[in-house]
Design a binder for this molecule. Structure first.
Ligand code: GLA
Length: 472
């Protein structure tokens, strides 16, 4: 029987190799990452856009760099100081086509600003655009046709991070972003590549950038935060060390949400392993804003080395439970009880919903900074409207199942190794034979991947995973 099973498996594997999606069984996260060794955990820093818009100058940015150190933000892990749009002169290039900063607002130039930032032990980020102009529309400000020259200019200035926008651009999205990727790699300087094209544009982006925006621009209100959480979760399985979904920069401290909402916003960005790029005026923070942005226990969720993006595990109306595995021994998870509704409510996480066995599980509340005790089947907390309770839960015995996986509605196959608590992106099925785009698929406990084409009511055996890529 075993032998027959093995023969079937061999047949399936052979079929997989001649199928239109053989790479689905070859690629692990490592193979998919942009190979510049940056962003092994989500980047942390600050960006000028959310608070200053285009109103930026050298003095302000230097003061922000100073504040990053004096407020304890640097100690909490924030390192990039990033200029956004409108740093360039008008027109933006000199006679040789080289980008130049606005001479009035940046009189000492970008190399000097980068040096100032570096001297503080911080890193320097800049902004560009793949089209003919940036979103602020300054003539000649786009990098289209100037990719190599601009990448060299950035490297010469000591830039460590490039946010690359999508305004005034042609329809060759992938080609445009790939051009800048290779130009950056060619410079030889490690530059974090932050793609800003406002939606998850396809699996190619995972190879191309260290991060990619998954949504339109964030605004300083709860509706925007709630919408972005849902949008950013659709591509959760693509996140991993070196390559992250980017739900946009933080609005914490910008004044239009309550502190409860800012806490929930920050908590969810951490659970989603998002870049933590503060967007407030670090020179004038309230104590509460500072406490939110520098809560090291919550930041540790974001920065967990396993690099799994957390997802929603259960919901009842506006009351939701989200979970992110932490570490690699299978014992520890971050849990968020999220209340999107208008009134305070109890929310319960059941251990079975986060794949922990019943028994005594330790619970710690990361905003209260206190141990809550041990609980046998789950934990309930009262959560304020638009609030989040963030828990770290820990058990002594990990679930030893070898694997579990699934294929989502977009055909993305991922698998979770319980023993290691790592998520592997195995590939994407773009076209089933005659599927008309309607499909559902599943990876079972034996690693067998099957897919059901609803329109034809046929079942396809797509292959079998016997080992996770990283175990090869
Ligand atoms: C776009 C981006 C924003 C910001 C502005 C600057 O809208 O999505 O994050 O960079 O451009 O003009």
């Amino acid at each position: 029987m075993k032998k027959i099973k093995r023969l079937i498996a061999l047949g399936i594997l052979t079929a997989a190799l001649i199928s239109p999606f053989p790479s689905a069984f070859q690629n692990g996260n490592q193979a998919l990452a942009l190979n510049n060794n940056l962003g092994l955990t989500p980047p942390m820093g600050w960006n000028s856009w959310n608070i200053f818009g285009g109103d930026i100058n050298e003095d302000k940015i230097k003061q922000i760099a100073d504040a990053m150190v004096s407020t304890g933000m640097k100690d909490a892990g924030y390192e990039y100081v990033n200029l956004d749009d409108n740093w360039m002169a008008n027109p933006a290039r000199d006679v040789n086509g080289k980008l130049i900063p606005d001479p009035k607002r940046f009189p000492n130039g970008m190399k000097a600003l980068g040096d100032y930032i570096h001297a503080k032990g911080l890193k320097f980020g800049i902004y560009g655009d793949r089209g003919v102009t940036t979103c602020c529309n300054v003539p000649q400000s786009g990098s289209q046709g100037y990719e190599e020259q601009d990448a060299n200019t950035f490297a010469e200035w000591g830039v460590d991070y490039l946010k690359y926008d999508n305004c005034a651009s042609d329809s060759n999205l992938q080609a445009g972003y790939e051009k800048m990727q290779s130009a950056l790699l060619k410079t030889g300087r490690p530059i974090f590549y932050s793609i800003c094209c406002w939606y998850f544009a396809g699996p190619w982006i995972v190879d191309c950038g260290n991060s990619w925006r998954t949504t339109g621009d964030i605004s300083d209100n709860w509706g925007s935060v709630a919408k972005i959480i849902d949008e950013n979760s659709k591509s959760a399985s693509y996140a991993g060390p070196g390559h992250w979904n980017d739900p946009d920069m933080l609005e914490v401290g910008n004044g239009n949400m309550t502190d409860t909402e800012y806490k929930a916003h920050f908590s969810m960005w951490c659970l989603m392993a998002a870049p933590l790029i503060a967007g407030n005026d670090l020179r004038n923070m309230t104590g509460t804003t500072k406490d939110i942005l520098t809560n090291k226990e919550v930041i540790a969720i974001d920065q967990d080395a396993a690099g799994v993006q957390g997802t929603k595990v259960s919901a009842s109306g506006d009351l939701e439970v989200w979970c992110k595995p932490l570490g690699t021994d299978g014992t520890t998870k971050a849990v968020i009880l999220l209340n999107r509704g208008g009134v305070s409510s109890d929310i319960t996480v059941n251990w079975k919903d986060i794949k922990l066995s019943d028994g005594s599980v330790k619970v710690r509340d990361l905003w209260e900074h206190k141990d809550c005790g041990t609980f046998d089947t789950g934990y309930t907390a009262n959560v304020p409207s638009h609030g989040a309770v963030v828990l770290k839960v820990q058990t002594s015995s990990a679930n030893t199942d070898i694997m579990y996986g699934d294929v989502d509605g977009n055909g993305v196959i991922d698998a979770l190794d319980y023993s290691l608590i790592k998520r592997y992106l195995l590939g994407q099925i773009s076209d089933f034979p005659h599927s008309n785009g309607k499909l559902a698929a599943d990876v079972d406990g034996d690693g067998q991947i099957t897919a059901l084409d609803f329109s034809l009511s046929k079942q396809y055996l797509l292959g079998i995973i016997t080992k996770f890529p990283a175990q090869k």
